[in-house]
Write a protein that binds this ligand. Structure first.
Ligand code: DAH
Length: 357
């Protein structure tokens, strides 16, 4: 009996895992276990023997059962402690900096422009970048002999062999969106149309793809005075200069009459550009009163409606606002360059203030 006791209590104490414990339980107190078999023998004993052996065997069975339970709990504890040790995490370690993108200056400036004009009641219109030459030229009163229609300015798409229709073009300006917007909603209308435009041109201030924003306001009696106020209001908000001064210079565009180019007062003192002060003028956009032929082409009756339009280079005013010297850098540069000009990632708090370079 003592032998049995020592054998099982020792084995239980030494058991390394739960399956071993279960094995021991079956061997000792399972249906065919050693202790159970001994208990079955009680029936063949004399009453005296039984009285002596019965309680001993019962006590042994209880002892083995509690040793099993205690060992099982100890094994579970040890497993948990081992996990706690192995899966330990140092929450005081500094975070790993994550690479962050930034909003491209052109996108940011486009959003700024859209927000400012939205405050003045302009909604956003869009048109395709591959445009028919009717929308890009004819509807805008640009005659076939106009220089903008010559090969060296415009990217023409090619037609299939034998297709003699005029080729589509990569739109050379956002002005065709005027026509599309008026066709869609008629007058009155107040929209801006920001987007990509294309011309065969490449130097410090020209890239083959660039961005313009078109403005269009048509009503019963919209005048040049309204144009002037809207543009001044825009420049004040965009350049964040209170007393911003604009100069309207008589000009010519086929799609406006009269037409004006608009300059903004600036200075180039010690090589850096300041908007709103000084004796220089910088051209920022073309504008005018929408030509009656343009209204007619878009299905708007010029005897009932009139209004202004303007077209502004987004990249260009972004360069002016942020003092960026080379337009090409916009489309061929990296994050360090963007950070240099103060364009940062979206304002998301990070553990270490982002990738401070
Ligand atoms: N479309 C002209 C360009 O690309 C810019 C322009 C001038 C747009 C006068 C206008 C405008 O709407 O009225 O150079």
């Amino acid at each position: 009996m003592d032998e049995l006791r020592q054998k099982y209590l020792g084995a239980i104490a030494d058991a390394a895992d739960e399956p071993t414990l279960e094995e021991l339980r079956l061997q000792a107190v399972g249906k065919k276990g050693e202790v159970s078999l001994r208990m079955r023998e009680l029936g063949r004993m004399t009453p005296e023997e039984r009285q002596e052996m019965g309680p001993k065997l019962n006590a042994l069975k209880d002892e083995i059962n509690s040793a099993l339970a205690a060992k099982k709990a100890a094994l579970a504890d040890a497993a948990l402690n081992e996990r706690l040790r192995a899966e330990w995490l140092d929450v005081t370690l500094p975070g790993r900096p994550r690479r962050q993108g930034t909003i491209h200056p052109v996108s940011q400036v486009t959003d700024e422009i859209t927000a400012i004009f939205a405050d003045m009641g302009f909604s956003v219109a869009e048109g395709p970048q591959i445009e028919s030459d009717w929308f890009n030229f004819d509807a805008l009163n640009i005659p076939p002999e106009h220089p903008a229609r010559q090969e060296h300015d415009t990217f023409f798409m090619s037609r299939a062999e034998g297709d003699n229709r005029p080729p589509h073009v990569l739109r050379t300006h956002t002005s065709p969106v005027q026509i599309r917007a008026m066709q869609e909603t008629g007058a009155p209308i107040r929209v801006i149309a920001p987007g990509r435009v294309y011309r065969c041109d490449y130097d410090q201030t020209h890239t083959p793809m660039f961005h313009q924003v078109e403005g269009l306001a048509i009503g019963r009696d919209i005048s040049m005075a309204n144009l002037k106020w809207v543009l001044e209001e825009f420049c004040r908000a965009f350049f964040e200069v209170e007393g911003v001064e604009l100069r309207f210079r008589a000009s010519h565009f086929p799609f406006t009459e009269p037409s004006a180019e608009v300059d903004i007062r600036c200075s180039w003192a010690d090589g850096s550009l300041k908007i709103g002060e000084g004796d220089d003028w910088m051209e920022i956009l073309g504008s005018g009163m929408v030509h009656p032929k343009v209204l007619s082409a878009a299905g708007v009756d010029p005897s009932q409606w009139q209004g202004f339009a303007f077209g502004m280079g987004i990249d260009r005013i972004a360069m002016l606002k942020y003092g960026i010297p080379d337009l090409r850098a916009f489309f061929d540069s990296d994050l360090r360059w963007l950070r240099h000009y103060g364009f940062s990632a979206l304002d998301v708090p990070t553990l270490q203030g982002g990738l401070s370079a």
